[in-house]
Design a protein around this ligand. Structure first.
Ligand code: PEP
Ligand code: MG
Length: 326
């Protein structure tokens, strides 16, 4: 079993009917990046920078961040690297005291880009470090927890300002750094077409999107199956965001846990997804599921998927979509 998987390290992520899918890796550490590269990932689709900030009292300075981001870029050897700006707050507390404490509803509080925009010095340091790393390879910048168009415009303005300063200081960087947002707040999913013009790409965070659409805490195990993307409302929103991206020419990937589960590959392909970002541990299994899939047949079955009215109907659709072994 493992041997058959190992042989897929250098195999293309191509469906049975010949359509190429991109498998990017989610990374939090140097080990993840090495692993992603060894498994033939198409790039890094999500680098969670908060791991540089957690479990320490002092914030990492520009040099430390720059070196971490640059090493990431060099480790991927020319493949795109998507660096997400700080996403602390909510369930992720830091020891430096940046994230607010004692908020009545941390998941709905000052987290992600909301926190970064409240701390222009800290955010500016991170933007400078990311811009400088972009001098070493194809970096893309991903903004977490976006809710409104104004937030993207504010980040773009800050990037322009810091780029100008870096240019004066003689640093090299990518002139038109691609900027994308996480789609993980329902307002961003439903309002996606209203700010698609400001975006070079988008990545659906199904972990938080599911939590917020269903008003179900992602970490509360007492909720059982209620917290799950296998819900008709979640599937409808995914379909709409993917379709809007295609219509508007904005690349849309999924980087939540859902994209790393080989059982969900037929469902995501049926909804039109061609870009997955997942933890390297699941990469070969997802590649195997992609290679077993008949995309045209799945696309024909998409209307039936969207007609499912409950979880058990979705599960039946999934078992009917399992590739038959010849
Ligand atoms: C998500 O919300 O789906 C996501 C990928 O981000 P995180 O899990 O870091 O919140
Ligand atoms: Mg998230």
């Amino acid at each position: 079993e493992r041997k058959a998987l190992e042989r897929l390290r250098h195999a293309p992520s191509r469906t049975r009917d010949g359509v190429d899918v991109r498998l990017y890796a989610n990374a939090e550490s140097v080990a993840d990046v090495t692993e992603a590269h060894a498994l033939g990932a198409d790039g890094i689709g999500l680098y969670r920078t908060e791991f540089l900030f957690l479990q320490r009292a002092e914030l990492p300075d520009e040099e430390e961040q720059f070196r971490a981001y640059r090493d990431l870029v060099l480790g991927m050897n020319g493949r795109p690297v998507t660096i997400r700006t700080l996403d602390i707050g909510g369930d992720k507390a830091d020891a430096s005291g940046l994230a607010p404490r004692g908020e009545p509803n941390p998941a709905l509080g000052v987290r992600g880009i909301r926190l970064s925009l409240n701390h222009p010095v800290v955010f500016g340091t991170q933007l400078r470090a990311i811009l400088r790393a972009s001098g070493y390879g194809p970096v893309r910048l991903l903004i977490p927890m976006v809710t409104a168009r104004e937030e993207i415009a504010a980040v773009r303005a800050l990037i322009a300002r810091h780029a100008e300063r870096l240019r004066e200081e003689g640093h090299a960087f990518r002139p038109r750094l691609p900027v994308g947002t996480m789609i993980e707040v329902p307002a961003a999913a439903l309002g996606f077409s209203a700010f698609a013009d400001l975006l070079d790409f988008a990545s659906i965070g199904t972990n938080d999107l599911t939590q917020y659409l269903l008003a179900a805490d992602r970490d509360n195990e007492a909720l059982g199956d209620l917290y799950s993307p296998l819900n008709p409302a979640v599937l409808r929103v995914l379909r709409d965001v993917i379709a809007t991206g295609q219509r508007r020419g904005v690349e849309v990937s999924v980087c939540g846990e859902m994209a790393g589960d080989p059982r969900y590959v037929p469902l995501l392909l049926a909804l039109g997804l061609t870009d997955f970002s997942l933890h390297p541990d699941g990469l070969l299994e997802v590649r195997q599921a992609v290679r077993a899939a008949d995309l045209a047949a799945l696309r024909r079955r998409a209307p039936a998927l969207l007609r499912c009215r409950d979880r058990s109907a979705i599960l039946r659709w999934l078992s009917a979509s399992e590739p038959r072994s010849e």
